[in-house]
Design a binder for this molecule. Structure first.
Ligand code: ADP
Ligand code: MG
Length: 724
């Protein structure tokens, strides 16, 4: 069998691929299936006793504490509904610090002693679960002998039915806590942070003379991903185990023509997207836009924004759904931030705003001077938050995989700045200058008296190089990676906004107490924020070298790698901030720091081991076979009395030696003592393992360009990216 048999078979299979039979009723309107598997408000209203419904919806809408006495009634209604939907099991779903989704399934049915079973689901089972969760990362919060973790029902995120070919499961979104009440998950801090932000936002709204509803934070995540044929995926141990290709010669055709971006979606991909959207609709996930992305084989899906906590749960479900539906269509869905070197990686843009029913979106510029003043205050809060806590935003997107993407001229740089657009930046500049300087707009602007210029709502010309861009009625945080949960960034955004809104409310209250007129007080606090924090506003090209220099002059942090960023989690200022707003205790912060370091170390170690394995067992043998073939040829030519050209043999022998040496170095690096401190190990991964991997890859990629194609075992970039 020749060395490329797997590749050839994969290509044949791709060619012979037939899409799965249509498994849905094409007459069914999307509106009919939307939310059909969700225990949503409408279902609750129909099925719950009135007082129970009122109590639960009060918790959901207004953030009041859950009345535990209603749990039995809710559990009974939920169980009946789930059984009608064909569920046999229920699961508490939680989001441990791995960034993945975890679930523990239990059967509804319990034996009753007479040989039969009864469907049981008590209120206490709904409210609390106790998964044996000792192997989830906890960063020292639990010793294994007391490894208990508890899951607790999150009333604000609706339960749903997860369908699978062999049965359905009732899924209940939960928080995950240690026995001592410390957060072991991504949901708990998000809920805490939202709460903190709401409180401060409502204070500010009251100062503006409103009677505010409960303020919530909204999030609309845009998900980028790659699709490749599953046969290629299975033939690449690196993609299979690490999610990214650790080898691969650059293809002759990459993304240089920009012909994929917003191009026609390939039929097979469209079929998969439509199936996935149908599944998402059933789960009440409002998938909306879909299009091709910049790189070949890269796509994007964006649901309509929802409350941050729900958006975050839905985001996890969306990734699971895309993965399983892609598989059904013979493809692998890749969420890694950089699956292929040399072409764009994938991000997850986190759009966010905050608001409520009565006052609407607080980041929407208004029509009246009063509304505008309020809008400017909320915008200024974002400016203060991002400037003061840029390091925390940076660390909220830090991971070994996102390091490949940030600052590589395809995603924002590691410097966190804000893009406001010319007009809004001009308005804030006028405020900072106290209205003294002339500006683009005739005259000067008085907060609360004049209306602002119309801001362009069209996001078309927006700055794509900024990590944090105002886009008409929301901010878009563009640094998060495709694979990560949005819960982390949203927790940070809500917490730092709580601090900024708290500052603003205090400042306004102090001015008012001194008898300052309200509009003047607003003008003053806006000017103060712009003078102290205006340095974070940058409307230029974030990818340019000049910005690196300019940002340093402005004193903005430039934390290039995860290792540079992680210590931000445990600075005294960060700990004080998160403690003050009740989001994390100091112990929780330290645990998160440790877990992040462990994740970093582990993911690089896995990649290094796979590199070693592929280099040793696939690439080197292929190269040696070819080298032997060339050598045999030289011998044969000499025997025939023909002058043999040995330059090709010499050249490949040199690269084979380089590969062997690199493999030896990598093996030694993996076995070396990296120190016992987690930070030492992380540094070893960064400064020893990554370069040794790069060296191995470089020699292997050179070989891929010269070794006879029929000997090459790994599907090539060309094949993976262009055969779909
Ligand atoms: P673009 O590619 O132009 O950024 P998309 O349509 O791909 O736009 O995605 C925009 C995302 O922003 C969607 O998820 C959308 O629901 C979300 N979004 C829109 N308005 C808001 C808002 N006020 N708050 C939070 N997210 C929003
Ligand atoms: Mg988009």
């Amino acid at each position: 069998m020749s060395g490329n048999a797997v590749r050839l078979q994969a290509i044949k299979d791709v060619e012979a691929y037939v899409p799965p039979a249509v498994s849905y009723d094409s007459t069914e309107a999307p509106g009919e299936i939307y939310g059909q598997n969700v225990f949503n408000n409408a279902v609750m209203q129909r099925r719950l006793p009135k007082n129970v419904y009122k109590s639960v919806s009060d918790t959901i809408e207004n953030g009041t504490k859950l009345d535990a006495t209603v749990a039995d009634a809710v559990a009974a209604a939920m169980r009946d509904w789930a059984l009608e939907k064909g569920a046999t099991h229920y699961a508490h779903v939680f989001y441990p610090l791995t960034g993945f989704t975890a679930e523990k399934h239990d059967s509804f049915f319990e034996p009753v002693g007479d040989g039969t079973t009864l469907a049981e689901f008590a209120g206490k089972t709904l409210i609390q679960g106790e998964p044996d969760a000792s192997s989830f990362p906890n960063g020292g919060l639990r010793a294994t002998f007391e490894a208990r973790g508890y899951t607790g029902w999150d009333v604000t995120s609706p339960a749903y039915i997860l369908e699978s070919p062999n049965g359905n499961t009732l899924c209940i979104p939960t928080v995950f806590l240690s026995m001592t009440g410390e957060a072991l998950d991504l949901k708990t801090p998000l809920l805490r942070a939202q709460q903190a932000m709401s409180e401060q936002a409502e204070r500010v709204l009251r100062l503006f003379g409103n009677d505010p509803d409960h303020v919530v934070s909204y999030c609309g995540p845009e998900q980028e991903y790659f699709l490749i044929d599953r046969h290629f995926f299975l033939a690449r141990p690196d993609l299979l185990n690490a999610g990214r290709s650790l080898f691969g010669h650059k293809p002759p055709k990459g993304q240089e023509f920009d012909d994929h971006y917003f191009g026609a979606i390939p039929e097979r991909v469209l079929g998969m997207m439509m199936d996935a959207e149908r599944e998402l609709f059933k789960l009440g996930i409002p998938a909306k836009t879909r299009h091709n992305e910049v790189a070949p084989g890269q796509f994007e899906i964006a649901p309509v924004f929802e409350r941050a906590n729900i958006a975050s749960d839905h985001q996890q479900l969306l990734m699971t759904t895309l993965t399983s539906v892609a598989k059904r269509h013979g493809m692998a869905c890749l969420f890694h931030e950089k699956p292929f070197a040399g072409i764009n990686g994938s991000g997850k843009h986190v759009n966010f705003s905050m608001g409520n029913g009565r006052q609407g979106n607080l980041l929407n510029p208004g029509d009246t001077p009063h509304d505008n003043a309020q809008f400017l205050v909320f915008c200024a809060a974002v400016i203060r938050a991002v400037h003061k806590y840029g390091g925390l935003l940076r660390v909220s997107v830090a991971s070994a995989s996102n390091d490949h993407r940030l600052g590589a001229n395809e995603a924002p740089p590691a410097i966190i700045s804000i893009f406001l657009g010319d007009q809004l930046a001009d308005v804030f500049q006028q405020i900072a200058d106290g209205g003294a300087k002339s500006s683009k707009r005739k005259g000067t602007l008085r907060v609360g008296v004049d209306t602002m210029p119309d801001l362009p709502a069209d996001p078309g010309d927006r700055n794509r190089t900024s990590p944090f861009a105002f886009t008409g009625n929301r901010f878009e945080f563009r640094a998060p990676g495709a694979m990560q949960s949005v819960a982390g960034p949203m927790t940070t955004i809500n917490t730092i906004l709580a601090e900024a809104l708290d500052f603003i409310a205090n400042d306004l209250e102090a001015s008012l107490a001194k008898g300052v007129e309200f509009n003047d007080a607003v003008q003053a606090v806006l000017a103060k924020i712009m003078n102290e924090h205006g340095a974070v506003v940058f409307n230029g090209n974030g990818y340019s070298d000049e910005w690196q220099v300019e940002a340093a002059k402005r004193g903005l942090l430039n934390l290039r790698t995860t290792i540079d960023a992680l210590p931000q989690l445990i600075t005294p200022e960060s700990i004080a901030l998160f403690e003050k707003y009740g989001v994390f205790s100091s112990r929780e912060m330290h645990s998160r720091y440790e877990v992040a370091l462990e994740q970093y170390i582990n993911s690089i170690a896995v990649e290094a081991k796979i590199t070693l394995e592929i280099g040793t067992t696939m690439v080197l043998p292929a190269a040696i076979r070819y080298q032997t073939e060339l050598a045999g040829n030289v011998v044969a030519l000499k025997a025939a009395g023909i002058d043999a050209d040995i330059s090709a043999l010499k050249s490949i022998s040199k690269t084979v030696d380089e590969l062997s040496a690199a493999i030896a170095t990598l093996g030694a690096a993996l076995n070396a003592d990296a120190g016992h401190d987690l930070m030492d190990e992380a540094r070893h991964a960064q400064s020893v393992l990554l370069p040794a991997m790069a060296q191995t890859r470089s020699a292997a990629d050179t070989l891929e360009g010269v070794v006879a194609d029929d000997l090459w075992p790994l599907p090539t970039y060309q094949e993976m990216l262009h055969i779909l």
